[in-house]
Write a protein that binds this ligand. Sequence first.
Ligand code: SAM
Length: 287
Amino acid sequence: MKFADLIIKRFDDDVPEIALPAGISELRQSGHGFAHLMADAIEAMITNNVAADERPHVDAIEARRTELEASEDEISYTDFGSATRDESQSMEEMYEGVDRSRSVGHLCRRTSKPYRSALLLHKIIRSAGTKNGLELGTCLGISGSYEAAAMELNGNGRMITMEGAAPVAALAQQTFDRLGHGRVEIVVGRFQDTLTGTVAEQGPFDYAFIDGHHDGRATIDYYNIILPHLTDGAIVVYDDIRWSNGMLDAWNALKVHESVEVSVDLEDVGICWVCKDPKPAEHFVIE
Ligand SMILES: C[S@@+](CC[C@H](N)C(=O)[O-])C[C@H]1O[C@@H](n2cnc3c(N)ncnc32)[C@H](O)[C@@H]1O
């Protein structure tokens, strides 16, 4: 089985052992502490290494995912994300949004981070000891729950997660309440309206997960808004870097941004280590 096939497996799927990708040894050979942290986190994700104290959280979050996926309740909301992969929409059209009506199950299956990728975020936060995290794109609260659970286990940290669709945010709040995640707070509104004020009031952040509005232009704009409010040594995770040519162009520009010292490309997700005075950057690809 290839790495790309593994990361879409469900948490209870039987998965044959896969050889660790060569990129993991390259991360381990680096002298950079973040590269080592990433090697450990990716290896834990691949081998499905869930610690005893993490297991109850994983089981509870995945039970909530199963419940949401099974729901045929209809939800109507305005989607302020990118509706096309060719970036033919103007910024004004995306600001206006597209009205949608979907079953909750459909929404959850289509948009929530799959188990392994969410576990990776959890492992990164556990190892990095993240204190103040930011997420763009709450949706139903699955990735946010993995992030908040890591902070719960660390006994430290809080997440601000942002969502434009109020009815979707209400379901995410139910997810967090049901799972007892007090370390996460939802900001409801378009990123275009809320991001600048939120980062100024709630920053600096040592972790950011950008998982909404998958438009290359918007992704670069959001990074430029967030950057002054990141700590020295912050971790920035971009989702769906190959969703469109525009997103791939954005990733290729962001990973070589002057603020980045390490980048790790995991096919669907790109991760950067950001600092104030970076040394020549190291770039890793895991495939
Ligand atoms: C891919 S989903 C997030 C999934 C979530 N991180 C998870 O894995 O559980 C993206 C979310 O971002 C929201 N979104 C997209 N563009 C937005 C914008 N411009 N402003 C606010 N929210 C937006 C969508 O409504 C959607 O719920």
